[in-house]
Design a protein around this ligand. Structure first.
Ligand SMILES: Cc1cc2nc3c(=O)[nH]c(=O)nc-3n(C[C@H](O)[C@H](O)[C@H](O)COP(=O)(O)OP(=O)(O)OC[C@H]3O[C@@H](n4cnc5c(N)ncnc54)[C@H](O)[C@@H]3O)c2cc1C
Length: 419
């Protein structure tokens, strides 16, 4: 059984207390768009609820993704947006952790983790989301300066951020032509249009444009051509945290639905005494607990440097995202008509849950990643039932397949996709 240690339980309790006292009521007042609730971000910074996995030398807490997941889940129980504010700092910081030089880490991380500078992780573009190896924003080198040109879309904090991690093409087509840059948000040539979202009220989302933005060569992250690898290594670490957001949103919806069902009466007794409602809530609780277990397992694998972490991170995001969507939809149902009203947080939770199946790789892309890892694992071992394999004899009775045919099928399959 998964067992948190004493310090982790204390952290969880502390975040819950902060969320109850300083987040719960305040989020009810946050408009859907587009007024960034800076006071809530200040609560996170003051209470030191950001940068769990960033080493103390750079202003963080020196913990791991497991602690980041615990903090994120507790915040998400009350507000998807506030959990995103915390998790997003890590999304911007992780590429610097993964690929930055000592100077870059010292220069860029402390101001992100303290909340002094907002950050943006700028990968997605208007024409390129699931397949970032095809991105089009360009960076050209002129001596010791790179010049960035292009558009991004769906970028958190765009226009507010003072630290951007921007992925841009520096070479030919494909993943190897992508590089990553640290860009000062105050640089001339950056502008951003604000986007309106379905959920995550108050979250600032935008479409930034880079017009001849000059970036010193010293701000290249890793080597030229490392950008795609940096983006993927970042997702391995950040996807369990998105899964934790999903678990938190689901648990928050269950908390609400149970409280409501205890007090609402139909047919002469509380809703919660009707077996149909009990069974529904029991199923939601069990699914959420399963999603949490997978999420924490994925985070622990990341922290341990386990080579299976990529698959676990994608499985956690897939399962937790889908669970969150189903649980929040059912919670709206338990509240009946009140579930549909803006006066109750159930509908907000449902809208927040939707994006957890989309950002940092939509559910379909998680399936591609899991399938690719499955194939890799199976290719590296003997079949478990060799006597039943097609082309041998017995149960499967398959038409023998030549190795050339198999090669052709693998190349045509989506499983070969790079994401
Ligand atoms: C609120 C929000 C915040 C975001 N924040 C950021 C951010 O800060 N930084 C950033 O860089 N990006 C961010 N994103 C972008 C997000 O990561 C992308 O929207 C996501 O990766 C999907 O890309 P897309 O929208 O271009 O969809 P597309 O790539 O156009 O895909 C459309 C649909 O087709 C599916 N699909 C695509 N290819 C395949 C395939 N081969 N097989 C089966 N199905 C497929 C996808 O899963 C998806 O359901 C954010 C998005 C949202 C909505």
């Amino acid at each position: 059984m998964w067992q948190l240690n004493e310090a982790q339980v204390e952290l969880q309790d502390r975040v819950r207390d902060v969320a109850m006292a300083k987040v719960r009521e305040r989020v009810l007042e946050v408009p859907d768009c587009c007024d960034y609730p800076a006071d809530l971000f200040a609560v996170l910074a003051d209470e030191k609820l950001i940068g769990q996995e960033i080493p103390t030398a750079y202003g963080g807490h020196g913990h791991g993704e497991l602690e980041a997941c615990l903090v994120t889940e507790e915040l998400a129980r009350f507000s998807g947006t506030v959990s995103l504010m915390s998790a997003y700092v890590s999304l911007v910081a992780i590429p610097i952790m993964v690929a930055g030089t000592e100077e870059q880490k010292k220069q860029w991380l402390p101001s992100l983790v303290s909340g002094e500078r907002l950050g943006s992780y700028a990968l997605t573009e208007p024409d390129v989301g699931s397949d970032p190896a095809a991105l089009q924003t360009r960076a050209e080198r002129h001596g010791d300066t790179w010049v960035l040109n292009g558009r991004k879309k769906f970028i958190g904090n765009a226009g507010l951020a003072r630290t951007y991690v921007v992925f841009a093409r520096t070479g030919g087509a494909g993943a190897r032509g992508v590089s990553a840059f640290l860009v000062d948000g105050d640089s001339p040539g950056i502008s951003a249009e604000t986007l309106r979202t379905m959920g995550m009220p108050g979250w600032h989302l935008g479409a930034p444009k880079f017009d001849d933005v000059e970036v010193p060569h010293a701000n290249l992250l890793g080597k030229e051509g490392d950008g795609f690898r940096i983006a993927m290594q970042t997702f391995d670490r950040s996807r369990p945290v998105v899964a934790a957001q999903a678990v938190g949103v689901a648990q928050g919806a269950i908390d609400l639905a149970v409280d409501y069902a205890m007090r609402r009466h139909t047919f002469g007794k509380p809703l919660l005494e009707h077996q149909g409602i009990q069974f529904k809530l029991a199923g939601l609780e069990a699914s959420t607990a399963a999603a949490r277990a997978l999420t924490l397992q994925a985070a622990a694998a990341v922290d341990a440097g386990d080579p299976g972490a990529t698959k676990l991170a994608s499985m956690a995001k897939l399962i937790a995202g889908d669970t969150s969507m189903r649980v929040t939809e059912e919670a709206v149902q338990v509240l009946g008509g009140n579930g549909y009203l803006k006066d109750f947080p159930a509908e907000r939770m449902m809208r927040d849950a939707k994006v957890l199946q989309i950002y940092e790789g939509a559910s379909e892309i998680q399936r591609l990643v899991i399938a690719r890892q499955l194939v890799k694992e199976a290719s590296g071992r003997e079949p478990v039932w060799p006597e039943c394999m097609p082309g041998t004899h017995g149960i499967a009775d398959g038409t023998p397949v030549s190795s050339e045919d198999e090669q052709g099928q693998a190349e045509k399959s989506d499983v070969g996709a790079r994401v």
